[in-house]
Ligand binder design. Structure first.
Ligand code: NZQ
Ligand code: ZN
Length: 383
């Protein structure tokens, strides 16, 4: 196992009715910027609960943070925050609202062009942030990272800074009952792929991390389809929500090699073609596994055996079967796994690869050997 430092300070309030905990988490007298997306929180009772819990605080509401949050929108939020002299940010929504709010938290304390914070300048201060999660997927609710989209640059720009761990996260599974099927599928696929990217590399003498990861994958496979079939099954939603948080709160990645190629190539597909984050992952992960079959052989066989219970056949047949089961699972969650299903073809490959090079994404994967030519082959496999 490699050396590691594990730090996760986010306090989790999990379960039904936990939005009430906001009042004890946000310091009395705070001036709170409440951020949200396009309006789902007004249709599912979440906003009423937040407003109720925050009686007595000065609230300033900023709505309209879009999926794949846009830099220009977030800059407007920073202006509102400053005009209203807010000193605490409460993000209410999915990964986009939380990521966007992390950016607002650091941009509010930055003198100079906020774009610098996405292009190499490290934030040294950030406002405190809490969140009420309404979509189980990204893990943003208890990690220090985020991704902001910049339309003019045609880029999704990731950032990470320990200052950006949310102080607390409220996870009430009931808030996810109102998710449309597309977002249920997206959430399960995103959490699944986060787990795979920290697991399916090469053996690293880390059996506990392997079994944590396999536990998450098996639970997502069992519970995901149930959420599509019975959207108001509380137990299922609770299990999915906790899986998604654990898939990217840092724990399963401790001391092991990681391969984020699927995510990083996927970001370019979203930036250029507007696909949902999880759609890009469903397209790319099977192609990455197929392309990297030799480098990942030992772990692919372990994945086939322990996650899909595939014991029959020679090694290559077992690997083929495991990749096929992965594809079937994503498709069963309503997330298509081919570029063609999104009306994209051969013509997208060169521009995506050019953007990867422009963003210096030229040495991806656990061995840093996924170069632009390999990325092009991965995209070709995904046609
Ligand atoms: O905007 P509203 O009206 O709220 O609707 C949203 C949005 O349209 C809707 N939604 C959310 N909760 C709902 C709901 N609809 C009904 N009922 C509810 N309870 O769902 C739509 C998608 O929301 P979004 O926040 O975009 O989805 P998600 O949580 O999948 O976040 C995706 C973003 O997170 C980034 C992605 O790149 C993408 O920008 N990621 C962040 C990560 C991190 N911080 O660690 C890691 C991930 O890999 C990912 O890259
Ligand atoms: Zn993701």
């Amino acid at each position: 196992m490699r050396n590691f430092t594990f730090y996760n300070p986010t306090r989790i309030h999990f379960g039904e009715g936990q939005i009430k905990a906001l009042a004890k988490e946000i310091p009395a007298g705070s001036r709170v910027l409440v951020t949200h997306g396009g309006g789902s929180i007004f249709n599912n009772g979440v906003w009423e609960q937040v407003e109720q819990a925050l009686q007595g605080y000065h609230l300033s509401r900023f709505g309209g943070i879009e999926p794949n949050p846009q830099f220009a929108t977030l800059v407007r939020a920073v202006e509102q925050l400053k005009a209203e002299q807010c000193d605490f940010i409460l993000a209410v929504g999915g990964g986009s609202v939380i990521d966007g709010s992390k950016f607002i938290a650091m941009a509010a304390c930055h003198d100079g062009d906020p774009l610098q914070l996405l292009t190499g300048t490290r934030a040294t201060r950030a406002l405190p942030l809490g969140c009420v999660l309404t979509l189980a997927a990204t893990g943003s609710e208890s990690n220090p990272g985020g991704v902001v989209s910049h339309a003019a640059l045609k880029a999704k720009l990731p950032f990470s800074n320990p200052l950006l761990f949310p102080r607390f996260a409220v996870l009430d599974p009931r808030t996810t009952f109102s998710l449309p099927p597309r977002q249920i599928g997206n959430g399960v696929v995103d959490a699944f792929v986060h787990t795979i990217e920290q697991y399916l590399t090469y053996p690293a003498d880390a059996p506990l991390q392997d079994r944590y990861a396999e536990g998450l994958l098996l639970t997502l496979i069992e519970e995901g389809p149930k959420a599509l079939a019975n959207p108001e099954d509380y137990a299922v939603r609770a299990n999915l929500m906790w899986c998604a948080t654990q898939a990217l709160n840092g724990l399963i990645g401790c001391g092991v090699p990681q391969d984020w190629a699927t995510h990083l190539i996927g970001h370019e597909l979203t930036a250029l073609h507007g696909l949902d984050h999880a759609q890009t992952l469903a397209i790319l992960l099977p192609a990455v596994l197929a392309e990297r079959r030799e480098a990942k052989r030992a772990k692919l066989l372990q994945y086939a055996d322990r996650v899909w219970q595939i014991g029959a056949g020679d090694e290559d047949a077992r690997i083929d079967a495991a990749i096929a089961r992965t594809v079937e699972f994503f498709e069963s969650m309503g997330v298509p796994t081919r570029l063609a299903a999104y009306q994209l073809g051969q013509e997208v490959i060169d521009p995506v690869v050019a953007q990867l090079s422009a963003h210096r994404m030229v040495a991806l994967g656990e061995h840093r050997d996924i170069d632009p030519q390999t990325s092009a082959r991965i995209l070709t496999r995904a046609l």
